[in-house]
Design a protein around this ligand. Structure first.
Ligand code: BES
Ligand code: MN
Ligand code: ZN
Length: 510
């Protein structure tokens, strides 16, 4: 997919389809007004006659364009001007590219940077255009015999009003293109069924990424033997009831000028299917537990975006992969296991398995002496009850890191919400027989899950993203969302230059 940037007279732009955003009951935006003037008020008349209704998300194709160099026009409703900010803008983009995916056009030109948004510049709008394009063109039909025809769209040109806007648009499109691809990679890994996407499949994906990175990504896979030798018994305890062997996947990217600069570490929960184990889940919608590796999928998507963008940061990406099944060797409620850190854990519920793989991965992260560690996990059903399907849950042992992640989520429009990780909650994990229990009872399930992880994250600034509500959609539109690849990529981009600033503070330099 290409996103060239254009300036100049909109009436003279040669394109298969010109996309024009329109407010409800308001004046035309600049590019639309110029097209209107050059076409004997075609757009104005259509609106006047009621042939186009500019309510948010409405689209109308005009398959001709007298006086203009474009083949077609696509009018897109923005709704009321005063209500049109980020969320509405994105909704209009989704409607646009969903419509374009069905049209016989190879390229289009969009005038979306014309839409004034209070807190966003051209770069952000261009980024959102690129991300929305990838989102709308995404198909997951590799396991269907009969495939729908693939969308033809290959090029989305961004028309900007002035040359001074062009660089911003180009940079935004570059980031959006990379994030969009990363998001779709995460969606595909999430959508793949549990019998295809196993822990070894994820390990192979990492190795493939390493091979195609031209040396930019170093990949190491720890198999069960290596994990046993290491002492990662908690991670191993989860896969014990499965025929599929567990894996710890480690990917390293060095983008900082100083290869020794402390890396940022991402840790993804990669439960490729979660039956609950011996604490078996009820049958309803259990198929959706193939999505229990969406944290891992978002780590892969972010690595891919990072390889495309090449930010000047060091990154270590870790995926803790296992399948949670009930069988003769499966861990049982009451079993006590020893974690890599040395703490013993009483497994009171084998369905609280995410934290058991993540705790060993967090301990493993210590060896990288990280600047920050962020884990991403479909960890608790309670998070869906607390925040629904819009906000990712965020908990952290460091308020600066929490703020950085909230900011990144806001910037990428892939938002998280901060929940408390107060000491008072920790006692819910007390065990009569081991150092701690793996569940904390019904109250505040998302927080006690994070409390569990926090016991293994005492050596670095750490944050936890609970994506149980945001990683996939249920129902007719069932499918992985690719969240939070946008947030994570933005977080890494924002870390460029952090180390330089710190050295300056230390040395007192200006
Ligand atoms: N993967 C689930 C969490 C989950 C459930 C995410 C439903 C999205 C939708 C996790 O492994 C789990 O089963 N958590 C338990 C924890 C409980 C036993 C303390 C839960 O949320 O019920
Ligand atoms: Mn579970
Ligand atoms: Zn799970």
């Amino acid at each position: 997919m290409e996103f060239p940037v254009k300036t100049g007279n909109p009436a003279k732009v040669e394109t298969d389809c010109f996309v024009i955003p329109v407010y409800q009951d308001d004046e035309l935006l600049p590019a639309a007004a110029r097209l209107d003037d050059a076409s004997e008020k075609l757009i104005g008349q259509l609106i006047e006659r009621g042939d186009f209704d500019a309510r948010l998300g409405r689209v109308q194709l005009i398959p001709f364009s007298p006086g203009l160099s474009t083949e077609r026009l696509l009018l897109v409703g923005l709704g009321k001007r005063e209500k049109c900010q980020e969320a509405a803008f994105r909704k209009a983009l989704d409607a646009t590219f969903t419509a374009l995916a069905e049209l016989p056009v190879d390229n289009c030109t969009v005038a979306f940077t014309d839409v004034p948004l209070a807190e966003r510049g051209t770069d952000w709008k261009a980024r959102m255009v690129a991300e929305a394009t990838h989102r709308a063109l995404y198909r997951f039909d590799q396991l269907k015999s009969e495939k729908q025809p693939a969308p033809r769209l290959e090029q989305v040109a961004l028309l900007v009003s002035a040359e001074s806007e062009a660089d911003g648009a180009r940079e935004g499109a570059r980031i959006g293109n990379a994030v969009g691809r990363g998001v779709n990679t995460a969606r595909t890994l999430g959508n793949l069924p549990g019998n295809v996407c196993t822990p070894s499949y994820l390990a192979e994906q990492a190795e493939a990424l390493g091979r195609t990175s031209g040396g930019a990504l170093a990949v190491e896979i720890l198999d069960e033997e290596a994990l046993e030798a290491l002492g990662a018994h908690s991670l191993l305890s989860v896969g014990r009831g499965s025929e599929q062997p567990s894996r710890l996947i480690v990917m390293k990217y060095q983008g900082a000028e100083d290869p020794d600069e402390a890396p940022h570490v991402l840790v993804g929960k990669g439960i490729t299917f979660d039956t609950g184990g011996i604490s078996l889940k009820p049958g309803e919608a259990m198929d959706e537990m193939k999505f229990d590796m969406c944290g891992a999928a978002s780590v892969f998507g972010t690595v891919e975006a990072t390889l495309a963008i090449r930010p000047k940061v060091n990154l270590v990406a870790i995926v803790a992969a296992a399948e949670n099944m009930p069988d003769g060797l499966a861990t049982k409620p009451g079993d006590i296991i020893k974690t890599l850190k040395g703490l013993s854990v009483e497994v009171l519920n084998t369905d609280a398995e995410g934290r058991l793989v993540l705790c060993d991965a967090l301990t493993y992260a210590e060896r990288f002496e990280p600047a920050s560690v962020v884990d991403i996990a479909t960890l608790t059903g309670a998070c869906i009850i607390a925040l629904g399907h819009h906000a990712t849950g965020l908990l952290a042992n460091d308020d600066d890191l929490a703020l950085d992640l909230l900011d990144a989520g806001e910037a990428a429009w892939d938002r998280a919400w901060h929940l408390p990780l107060w000491d008072e909650y920790q006692e819910q994990l007390d065990s009569n027989f081991a150092d701690l229990a793996n569940i904390g009872g019904r109250p505040a399930g998302t927080i006690t899950a994070a409390c569990f992880l926090s016991r293994f994250a005492d050596k670095f600034p750490w944050a936890h993203l609970d994506i149980a509500g945001t990683a996939w959609t249920s129902g007719k539109q069932k499918g992985a969302s690719g969240r939070p690849v946008g947030l994570l990529t933005q977080y890494l981009l924002d870390r460029e230059g952090d180390a330089v600033v710190e050295t300056e503070v230390e040395t007192g330099a200006e």
